[in-house]
Design a protein around this ligand. Structure first.
Ligand SMILES: Cc1cc2nc3c(=O)[nH]c(=O)nc-3n(C[C@H](O)[C@H](O)[C@H](O)COP(=O)(O)O)c2cc1C
Length: 357
């Protein structure tokens, strides 16, 4: 990794930004204090909401941290498809005694306003999901001393990230929990996502910038594996979702290791864009015909998901999780970083000839 970027955090462990109230300032601070890189998620927040969280995080830690921003969506959804889906969800609205949300509640997630805040109040690292920002945006962040990271799910996307001038690429494998950060949502390519180890190796040969590997990583041994494959650090979401400081709903945390939830699936059921979650009733019933319409479907289902959480019904919530969810450990986040670092050191010793079990 570019030496200055590595210098920001001593351990090659990044806590993934998790929108929806999961990666709260307390979680990011605990990770930063333990030697990893903590992240705030600006997704679904207003620019001011993001700024308030940055101020809160700064009051909890003096260490470097990151802020994640969603790229605006270029594709416009077919309103007729959104309408049909809304009709199909009518029974859910009745069941949860909720109104469906307005699909036209905004498409750019306050992108420009967030950039203004991040340029006027610089933070150490900004990462982008769902596409690469323009060269001008990257240059402007560099001018205020901010490192820029961008998610890629294919070697081609990684090349676009490098061309945009980013400092590192986040290689997100198909195992990853939450939304796939594909640069464009192309339904024809559904199911063709690349597994993390293969993706890291392919991106390593496609670009010269450092790689941060994300997807299904729950143990230090897996971090050693992605480092050996050419990554400079690992980004973990689901592993941190289960920690004490995570702001995830208690039902979501419990579901990760509840034997009732046996597998995860990529689905458009909740947001209109492929995201990996535990298979529950809502995903099973609506996933098969949910249209490619992000963020319209996100807005449409938002009140349903809130009502399900309020009713204590995990079968109606978006239970984002990566494929490694059963290995989640309910620890304080700082302790999880220490445990991961210990496992990583042991695995590296084994890999360097100390004997592999
Ligand atoms: C609950 C949840 C929310 C997420 N929200 C975001 C987000 O706001 N921005 C982002 O870049 N990635 C987000 N992700 C994806 C992570 O950055 C990362 O790719 C993923 O967690 C890695 O896979 P893992 O969960 O198996 O560790 C989210 C993941 C989860 C589980």
């Amino acid at each position: 990794m570019s030496s200055a970027l590595t210098d920001l955090f001593p351990l090659p462990i990044v806590q993934a930004p998790m929108a929806g109230g999961v990666s709260v300032p307390q979680l990011a601070a605990a990770v930063c204090e333990a030697g990893g890189l903590g992240f705030l998620a600006a997704g679904y927040k207003t620019a001011d909401g993001m700024y308030q969280e940055i101020k809160q995080l700064r009051s909890l830690t003096g260490r470097p941290f990151g802020v994640n921003v969603f790229m605006p969506q270029p594709e416009y959804a077919d309103p007729a498809a959104v309408d049909v889906y809304a009709h199909q969800l009518a029974g859910e609205a009745t069941w949860y005694e909720a109104e469906l949300g307005d699909p036209e509640s905004g498409r750019d997630d306050g992108y420009e306003a967030k950039l203004v805040v991040l340029r006027d109040n610089p933070v150490p690292v900004v990462s982008f999901h769902f596409g690469a920002p323009s060269r001008e945006v990257v240059d402007a962040l560099h001018r205020v001393g901010t490192f820029v990271l961008v998610t890629a799910t294919t070697p081609d996307e990684a090349r676009a990230v490098e061309r945009a001038g980013a400092d590192a690429v986040i290689a997100q494998g198909i195992e990853a929990g939450g939304h796939q950060g594909t640069h464009r949502d192309v339904p024809e390519t559904d199911g063709s996502g690349i597994g993390l180890l293969s993706l890291v190796a392919q991106i390593r040969e496609a670009v010269n910038i450092p790689i941060i590997a994300a997807g299904g990583i729950m143990r230090g041994g897996q971090i050693a594996a992605v480092l050996a494959a050419g990554a400079s650090a690992a980004q973990l979401g689901t592993a941190f979702l289960a920690t004490h400081e995570s702001g995830a709903n208690a039902l979501h945390k419990q579901a990760l290791t509840n034997p009732l939830f046996v597998r995860t699936e990529l689905t458009r059921a909740f947001s209109g864009r492929p995201a990996r979650g535990l298979v529950n009733r809502f995903l099973r019933e609506h996933g098969p015909y949910a249209p490619a319409a992000y963020p319209e479907i996100h807005h449409l289902t938002s009140p349903l998901r809130k009502a399900a959480a309020q009713a204590g019904d995990a079968q109606g919530m978006a239970l984002w999780a990566g494929q490694g969810h059963r290995m989640a450990r309910e620890l304080p986040a700082g302790q999880l970083v220490e445990v991961l670092a210990g496992e990583l050191a042991a695995a590296r010793t084994a890999l360097s000839g100390g004997g592999v079990r």
